[in-house]
Design a protein around this ligand. Structure first.
Ligand SMILES: O=C(CO)[C@@H](O)[C@H](O)COP(=O)(O)O
Length: 221
């Protein structure tokens, strides 16, 4: 199973996004949190900022939409050139149609679940998406503690993927660091968002590699 490290730029120095993206050139994707102050109590950036950083990013962009009107906005991020676009299951009125539309524009389609949302109601939908994002903190802010209570959900998702022989990545987001990534990898996650762990480190590039080795070692275990 492949491992992907996808650092979140939420807690980077946003006055220098180009420079901050350059620091994580060795990662797989840059994770970009779009928040609308409705779905979550925080406001970040939207399509114009994503369009501005797409051409200067050394790695593909992974867009995580924490917005209420996902059906309206998600396809535009795919059309702009994001490699992956993730909407929240709780926010999408027509998740299957939306996933198909994202894919039609050439991007990978992701679906995210808040901590309170179980995976079971969505298992029949997994064949329509490329990635399931399991939030391991309450969405909205970086720097929170990893919720160990999400481990059974990650395990349940991994079981569903294995049973159905799906080619689906399981991404975890929130509180991922050197001290939590192994637990998430053991439970079945293969794609890891890390915000403050990477941008709070002395050497962001080295931190990406440290996280990658820890997760890789668990999967080879
Ligand atoms: O989506 C979010 C927060 O809602 C994340 O992507 C955070 O940016 C992760 O930050 P850390 O928990 O790793 O500091």
């Amino acid at each position: 199973m492949g491992i992907r490290i996808t650092p979140s730029i939420l807690n980077s120095d946003v006055s220098d996004l180009r420079g901050e993206l350059a620091k994580i050139a060795g990662a797989d994707w840059a994770h970009v949190d779009v928040m609308d102050n409705h779905f979550v109590p925080n406001l970040t950036w939207g399509l114009p900022v994503v369009e501005a950083i797409l051409p200067v990013s050394p790695i593909p962009l992974d867009i995580h939409l924490m917005i209420t009107d996902a059906d309206r906005w998600a396809p535009a991020y795919a059309e702009a050139g994001a490699q992956s676009v993730t909407f929240h299951a709780e926010a999408a009125a027509a998740p299957i149609r939306l996933a198909r539309e994202i894919r039609k524009h050439g991007a990978r389609a992701g679906m995210a679940l808040r901590p309170a949302s179980p995976v079971e109601p969505y298992v029949e939908l997994l064949g329509e998406i490329d990635m399931l994002l399991i939030m391991t903190v309450e969405p909205g802010f970086g720097g929170q503690s990893f919720l160990d209570s999400m481990l059974p959900k990650i395990r349940a998702a991994r079981r569903a993927v294995t049973d159905r022989e799906l080619d689906l990545w399981i991404q975890v987001d929130g509180g991922i660091s050197r001290s939590t990534i192994e637990r998430a990898a053991d439970a079945g996650a293969d794609t890891f968002v890390a915000g403050s762990a990477v941008y709070g480190a002395e050497d962001a590039a080295a931190e990406v590699e440290a996280l990658r080795s820890l997760a890789q070692a668990r999967h080879e275990h």
